[in-house]
Design a protein around this ligand. Structure first.
Ligand SMILES: [Zn+2]
Length: 516
């Protein structure tokens, strides 16, 4: 037991009058039955104030088991009489194109409000936020002009500006290093050229030097994505400081990228690019929200979320159609229990996730004064693989959720990992200190599917979606039902330390997402 943990142990013994047989280490698997609990939330926070990882189980196993009959009914309803796959089929058929801020996304949001209402959750509504710029996909084309003529496989990169109407035709260059310094030093060689970015070889400095490339007079960027069979993966400019890329960019198939590199080894290469997708003015983007009010502590809440927006090469079946179907299914089943939970359970289908989790950032901003009363946020955005459990991002949270995870083992959802990730809508909540966890499943096939033309309904295994919905519903219900809140809000210093450990602090600070 480390010194800090011992201080906490003494405090716990003083408060509870009993000494736990084992004190869990950070990140350890906990047999909750061996760990006593009685401390009040405020006394516990005082005792643990200087300790970033609190080694105390906050959730009483008796309370979890007390909630278990409802959990059994929820899981049983979803797994035997559920609609998750039908909901996903309806969404992907009726609203396949859901790029943030477009008409397709808005129509999908109206469908989602209606779907919540059909599930009995009458409070569903759109809660719009403003996005500084919209973007609409229009055709892009590119060709090799010299030393030979050939069509190149390209697509416009989202939220990057179009080329002039007549396109750009210029020599292409392939620098090995594109740090801002390197770009400044070689500016005269880059001026008036098209630059080949090589994501497969991780061109050094990309993508943080985009502004420097524009300032050097580069005409456009060709981003070789390195995905086999000329496959392309949609993306936007979320990694830049602003929402919009500083100069035109098209994404390029792997085989075409390799051809350009081979030709460049022999001599000058000229390409022509025409990209016509416009960046528009500010747009109103809907987050779809709904709530089942708590019976005892309605101002405290648990939130279950996913993102409704999707890339449009296909129908966003896994990214994040599965998450949307699971959230709607969890809402339906919880409503069908006919009993209000102790705390409120909120549901959110965010917009703008693919442009930098804009919808969940907006939610956390608009509801900033309610965040102290958030008990747990759960987000599903990992695709339709076989369920594993949750990524908690916090070792104390892993410890505290262990008793609930026991209820999920039979559905394959009992694994908890303390890994911190900032790739989806749990992150904006975690950055404010709210306990926020991400549904975790087998992602071994996910990279081959999401954001690509392959993200279609036929890849989804119906049993996985139903299991995931049951895991979300049981976790949300139990977290809303246990007498105590799951975990305290983390302090700013604790969050900064966690980001530093995860190697994310510099990137998030650069993007202005987190101010250390
Ligand atoms: Zn996603």
């Amino acid at each position: 037991v480390q010194a800090v943990a011992r201080v906490a142990l003494v405090a716990l013994v003083a408060l509870t009058g009993c000494e736990p047989k084992t004190i869990p280490q950070a990140g350890a698997t906990v047999d909750a039955g061996e760990v006593a609990l009685a401390a009040t939330a405020s006394a516990r926070e005082d005792a643990l104030a200087p300790v970033p990882v609190a080694p105390v189980v906050a959730v009483d196993l008796d309370a979890v088991l007390h909630a278990a009959p409802a959990a059994e009914r929820l899981a049983g309803n979803i797994l035997t009489a559920g609609h998750a796959m039908e909901t996903l089929a309806e969404l992907t058929f009726a609203h396949p194109s859901r790029v943030t801020g477009t008409k397709g996304h808005e129509e999908a949001a109206a469908w989602a409000v209606d779907a919540f209402k059909k599930a009995g959750v009458a409070s569903a509504r759109a809660e719009p936020f403003t996005m500084a710029h919209g973007w609409e996909r229009r055709p892009a084309r590119a060709k090799l002009v010299a030393p030979a003529e050939r069509t190149l496989h390209v697509a416009p990169a989202g939220w990057f500006p179009p080329t002039p109407d007549e396109g750009v035709r210029a020599e292409i260059v392939h620098p090995a290093e594109l740090t801002a310094d390197a770009v400044k030093k070689t500016a005269t060689k880059l001026k008036g050229k098209i630059v080949l970015l090589d994501r497969a070889n991780k061109t050094k400095g990309w993508p943080t030097s985009l502004d420097a490339l524009r300032d050097a007079g580069v005409l456009a960027l060709v981003n070789a994505q390195g995905l086999p069979d000329q496959s392309l993966q949609a993306h936007s400019a979320w990694y830049t400081r602003g929402l919009v890329g500083p100069l035109p960019m098209v994404d390029l198939g792997d085989e075409d990228g390799k051809l350009l590199v081979r030709l460049l080894e022999k001599g000058p290469v000229t390409v022509e690019i025409v990209s016509t997708s416009p960046i528009t003015d500010a747009v109103q983007v809907p987050n779809v929200v709904a709530e089942i009010r708590g019976r005892e502590r309605p101002d405290e809440w648990v939130l279950v979320g996913a993102h409704l927006d999707a890339w449009d090469f296909a129908e966003g079946a896994q990214d994040d159609g599965t998450g949307v179907a699971e959230v709607l299914e969890a809402a339906r089943a919880i409503q069908a229990l006919g009993v209000a939970p102790r705390r409120s359970i909120r549901f959110a289908l965010f917009g703008g996730e693919e442009q930098g989790a804009l919808g969940s950032h907006a939610y956390a901003d608009v509801h900033a004064r309610e965040l102290d009363r958030a008990s747990l946020v759960l987000v599903s955005d990992s695709g339709g693989g076989a369920p594993r459990g949750f990524l908690t991002g916090r070792e104390d949270l892993t410890t505290r959720l262990a008793p609930i995870a026991k209820l999920l083992e039979g559905m394959g959802g009992g694994a908890l990992s303390s890994a911190f990730e900032c790739g989806t809508d749990a992150c904006p909540f975690a950055l404010t200190g709210v306990p926020a966890i991400s549904f975790d499943c087998d992602e071994s096939k996910y990279e081959d599917i999401h954001h690509r033309a392959a993200d279609t309904l036929d890849k989804v295994v119906p049993a996985h979606v139903a299991q995931a919905a049951a895991i979300l519903a049981v976790t949300a219900w139990t977290a809303a039902e246990v007498p105590e809140r799951i975990a305290p809000r983390a302090t700013h210093a604790e969050i900064a330390e966690r980001l530093k450990k995860a190697g994310m602090l510099d990137d998030l600070a650069h993007r202005g997402v987190f101010v250390p």
